[in-house]
Design a binder for this molecule. Structure first.
Ligand code: PMP
Length: 393
């Protein structure tokens, strides 16, 4: 039986990690994988996470199962962090296995509610969105998103394309810090997107994986809150992997805002059912770390401070890289790096130029020229800037 299996295409980003490991050159630079690294190249455990783990270790008396939807404290703390004012009468939520689990459950939920749906997804988007939908056999179409010339958003193209989404279709949107481009909508543009969805009855699914990495914890939630407050039905898949630095704990949440209390109850039941069918109870440790931090004023303040340091480090690297490139190129054509937000920027280089960076300078970017800003430090920024110019980008 097992020999009937077909080989699966390897994940390109995970393949890049292996290639990087195998490279024996001194001074090689990994700008591939989407993990925050501090200037020393370490992905640290945040102070508040350590403190919360200690508290949990000291106080936890049982590892018995939690609820199918996860712990209520976690779900309410996350709802508050993401939504601010929580419309409790319309909100269903379940803890999930990371943000990926939340996206998967969101798509399953949408298909249960509307088996004929099409998903509308940004071109480009996080490759796993496409991969999950292909695996599920969910029909999807791409909407224009990235403007190759400005490295900003092709908003006219996007508007035209998402207007094709019909009632009960899903439009998958990145709440902030678009992955892989780093290019984001303005608040006015979000309002226009909302107006288009309000007209068609298409349902937004907001993927919020980088809250706190762009313009700040509150600012990064503004778009999601705007959508949540404007449309009758909204799905939100949020991840705690990046902003709490708890990648391997697999901590996420799916929230569904329904039109009314009855639809909310149906959604809650269906979401708990989906958890039951997939993995039964969601992981608890990461969720408990998050709720411990968010419900304790001192821990929360310390976490928010450290998150701001992380964000500030990335913004500083963006400023430095843009300045170096302005100097070397004698132009402002790389200033988009300063305008982009989050961990990533799409350089807009050809696959050949990306390969040249790897072969000539031992600098590893994803093939679509996405670079992880957090893979840099003050010393490697000039090296990258020089290599970008030498590769003819
Ligand atoms: N969405 C986007 C856009 C992402 O970049 C990621 C992580 N790479 C996720 C969702 C999922 O994160 P996780 O499952 O690790 O929480």
């Amino acid at each position: 039986m097992l020999s009937n299996l077909k080989p699966q295409a390897a994940d390109k980003i995970l393949m890049l990690i292996e290639e990087f490991k195998a490279d024996t050159r001194q001074g090689k630079i990994d700008l591939g994988v989407g993990v925050y690294k501090d200037p020393q190249g370490v992905t640290p455990v945040m102070r508040a996470v350590k403190a919360a783990e200690q508290r949990i270790w000291e106080s936890q008396t049982s590892k018995a199962y939690t609820g199918l939807a996860g712990e209520p404290e976690y779900r309410s703390a996350m709802a508050e962090m993401v939504l601010g004012d929580v419309p409790a009468d319309r909100l269903a939520s379940v803890a999930t296995v990371g943000g990926t689990g939340a996206i998967r459950q969101a798509l399953e939920l949408a298909r249960m509610a509307n088996p004929g749906l099409t998903v509308h997804v940004a071109d480009p988007t996080w490759p796993n969105h496409l991969s999950i939908m292909k695996f599920m056999g969910l029909p999807f179409v791409e909407y224009r998103y990235f403007d190759a010339a400005s490295r900003g958003v092709d908003f006219d193209g996007m508007k035209q394309d998402i207007a094709r989404a019909g009632k009960g279709d899903i439009v998958l949107l990145h709440g902030c810090c678009h992955n892989p481009t780093g290019a984001n909508l303005t608040q006015e543009q979000w309002q226009e997107v909302i107006a288009i969805l309000a007209k068609s009855g298409a349902v937004p699914l907001i993927d919020l994986a980088y809250q706190g990495f762009g313009d700040g914890l509150e600012a990064d939630a503004v778009a999601t809150r705007l959508v949540a407050g404007s449309l009758p039905e909204v799905l939100i898949a949020a991840s705690c992997s990046k902003n709490f630095g708890i990648y391997r704990e697999r901590t996420g949440i799916l929230m569904a805002l329904a039109e009314n209390g009855a639809a909310r109850d149906l959604s809650q039941g269906a979401m708990a059912f989906l958890n039951r069918q997939t993995y039964s109870f969601p992981p608890d440790h990461g969720a408990r770390i998050v709720s411990t931090i968010l419900t304790d004023a001192a821990l929360r303040a310390d976490w928010a401070t450290e998150l701001e340091e992380v964000r500030g480090t990335m913004l500083g690297l963006r400023d430095q890289l843009a300045a170096e490139l302005r100097e070397l190129s004698g132009s402002d054509r790389f200033d988009f790096i300063q305008r982009h937000r989050g961990m990533f920027s799409r350089l807009g280089a050809t696959p050949e130029q990306v390969a040249k960076l790897r072969s000539d300078a031992a600098i590893y970017l994803v093939g679509d020229s996405r670079l992880n800003i957090a893979g840099l430090n003050r010393d490697t920024v000039p090296v990258l800037a020089r290599a970008i110019i030498d590769a003819g980008i």
